[in-house]
Ligand binder design. Sequence first.
Ligand code: DNO
Ligand code: MN
Length: 404
Amino acid sequence: MRQTWRWFGPKDQVTLQDMRQAGVEGVVTALHHIPTGDIWTSAEIARRQKEISFHHDGTSSGLQWEVVESLPVSEDIKKQQGEWRQHIDNYKASLRNLSDAGIDVVCYNFMPVLDWTRTDIKHRLPNGGTCMRFDWHDFIAFDIHILKRAGATEEYSEALLDIAASRYRAMDNAAQKRIVRNVVYGLPGAAEAFSLDQVRQHISEYAILSENGLRNNLIAFLEQVTPLAQELGIRLCCHPDDPPFPLLGLPRIMSTEVQYSKVMDAVDLPANGITLCSGSLGARPDNDLPRMMQQLGDRVHFLHLRNVARESKDIRGSFYESEHLEGETDMVALVQAVLKEEKQRRESGRMDCSIPFRPDHGQDILDDLHRKAQPGYPAIGRLKGLAELRGVISALTYIDNTRA
Ligand code: DNO
Ligand code: MN
């Protein structure tokens, strides 16, 4: 398992040196400044590669850009509207340029309108640290009373609407602003930052798309780009919906094993793959992560290892981002399934025998609380997660070797 780390570029408060000290082997990043739909040119890719591999004084950092997260898919492609054909051509051009630069793992997602969604990005923990949290009732309060989405009231039970109404009444102006910012504004995963009016507009444009409709658009996109990726030796990997259930009446198509299988089978090429994110998928009680790794393993090209603590037994419910080894996912069992998959790959002579993973989000602990990193991406919380995972990997590898 290859130890990688997300870096947001030269402005990231967490530096290349920090990464080295955390024991990171490879870098995950994206050209965040290029508008979604445009081509990633060879020059821009090369510039970022240089920023990663060399310090300002020209000495080598010992790191390389190994994974793209994300090469974003435009809303036009997701809806098959407007400039979607041009955007697919541009996507292919970007894949060619990445391949020329020697980068061969490319993560994307197919979530309509919003990328990952939380209601609270500084949830206080009993030990004084903070983490990100999703509160289902606050989210409904946002949907009904702040966004005032058309038709929303019909989608929730009376009981949920009552709770949401009292949550809304308890919010002062600052709390309302905070939840709007947390849900829609400027989350680092979001390709663009939207105003509430734009969010309403975007949502209404998806009104005609059912789950099947959105899946067909994903499959149409993959039918175009996967054969090229395969030819170039690029492994595409689709990140799951986060959280893995429908929000704001929008269809969700990458939330469960069944949904993943449909898309994997529809375009049956190894280059059509998965980013297995245990943090996203684990927020749903019917997702069994070690099992998903077993079932879908040969298409898993990238892993996000992180845990969540669910606060409800319902499919849609509240959760917070817990410590990496603590929470709903049995992380040791999941790592064991990953190591087993890598062993099978080695035995069958596959080249991609070391699957890149990153600790994904971390809690804000110790000095993280005084340093302004991207929400979810503090240095020490992630270092702790990575170090714990490294321990699990070493122990399981040792057991396997001594058994053999
Ligand atoms: C959140 C991330 C996601 C992810 C995209 C991939 O921290 O895991 O934003 O980067 O969904 O396309
Ligand atoms: Mn993830």
